[in-house]
Design a protein around this ligand. Structure first.
Ligand code: FES
Ligand SMILES: [Fe+2]
Length: 369
């Protein structure tokens, strides 16, 4: 254990994966989903992501994201209004920023010849609207095409989605570890309403397989739906109404994207870091289909999947993610999945992000390595 990586501001301890431990607020240089496209109305939305307050605003059909802090006196730019197309004006003294570049175009109350003009800038973030979601790129400089980070299934023309967005307490890494955790589905979720008619296995042994598009997948090497436990007896009881035996297929990739295959439809989720110890939870149920079947999938989502899968089932996850407090930890054989994910994070293409007061510490550490 390397005490220098001890994370402050969260209860999370250190693992033997230093890059992962440093990523209190995720990784730079990735596209992250933020909200449903239709959640952004005519007013700005101000969100905290990666430890920074960022405003989202739609101007003439185009969505922009700007650092939501006016450099003049530090108030939120998002409480202001639009005075001129392509810009947004701070409510306090009228500093007016270009939405695309973040450059100060005018300081209205200092007159048109204000010497501040062109001297100030707030950070602007590349944004795209794809697959019914607004995506932000949290890197500096030229953004890569979003398809490098968005699962290709979501970018097909005939993709139908049901999307739920919520704020969840708990470190984003606990969210990801729980999402890809092999064993919990067989115990934590066993009595969920969503699996009323399904019989999860008692146990599964798996190994990690690398797949295209940066996914790692849990690949089963053995399983049983019922077993004899020495000195204890048989577990679980086979319930006659649980007519379907389920073996799920789970994958994860950077920056924080989980995928579960359910046969003809797919579930994705992201754990987008907000502040240390909290994250924004984006859930997407999707099916590739058109016409009447697309309508039926929407109907199924809004009458069933949203409440019993994205709701009740994943709320069981939310409760343990909020409670989790590791390391220290004593991992067991199914946690190969968790180790596989942590190893993947060590290969992240962007730097790990942490609260600003710790950034210097990371730079010093990175040099020392
Ligand atoms: S605080 Fe924004 S213009 Fe003064
Ligand atoms: Fe779960």
């Amino acid at each position: 254990m390397n005490a220098r990586w001890q994370v402050t501001g969260t209860t999370r301890g250190v693992t033997r994966f230093p890059v992962y431990d440093a990523a209190v607020l995720g990784f730079e240089d990735y596209w992250y989903p933020v909200m449903r496209e239709d959640q952004l109305g005519s007013k700005p939305e101000s969100l905290v992501l990666f430890g920074k307050r960022i405003m989202f605003y739609r101007d003439r059909g185009q969505v922009y994201a700007l650092q939501d802090r006016c450099p003049h006196r530090g108030i939120r730019i998002s409480i202001g209004k639009q005075e001129f197309p392509g810009t947004f004006t701070c409510r306090y003294h009228g500093w007016t920023f270009d939405l695309k570049t973040g450059n100060l175009e005018a300081a209205l109350t200092d007159g048109p010849d204000s010497p501040m003009r062109g001297q100030m800038q707030v950070r602007s973030y590349p944004v795209r609207v794809l697959a019914g979601l607004i995506w932000i790129y949290n890197g500096i400089g030229e953004a890569p095409d979003p398809s490098v980070d968005i699962p290709s299934e979501l970018l097909h023309a005939d993709t139908v989605t049901g999307i739920r967005v919520s704020e969840r307490p708990g470190d984003w890494r606990y969210g990801a570890e729980n999402g890809f955790d092999e064993a919990h589905g067989k115990y934590l979720h066993r009595d969920s309403i969503f699996v009323t008619f399904r019989h999860p296995p008692a146990w599964v042994h798996s190994e990690i397989k690398h797949e295209p598009e940066g996914w790692i997948t849990r690949s089963g090497t053995g399983h049983a739906f019922q077993s004899e436990y020495p000195g204890l007896g048989t577990w679980p009881k086979m319930k006659p109404w649980k007519t379907t035996k389920v073996l799920s297929r789970a994958s994860i990739r950077l920056p924080c994207t989980l995928r579960i295959h359910f046969g003809e439809w797919v579930h994705f989720e992201w754990y987008v870091p907000t502040t240390p110890g909290n994250h924004r939870y984006i859930q997407v149920a999707m099916k590739q289909t058109t016409g009447l079947d697309a309508l039926l999938f929407k109907f199924r989502y809004w009458t069933y999947l949203r409440w019993f899968f994205h709701g009740e089932f994943n709320d069981q996850d939310a409760r343990v993610v909020e409670m989790m407090n590791t390391p220290p930890e004593e991992l067991f054989r199914p946690d190969t999945s968790i180790i596989g994910w942590r190893k993947l994070c060590e290969q992240a293409r962007g730097k790990p992000m942490m609260p600003e007061e710790r950034a210097g510490e990371y730079a010093a550490e990175a040099k020392a390595v």
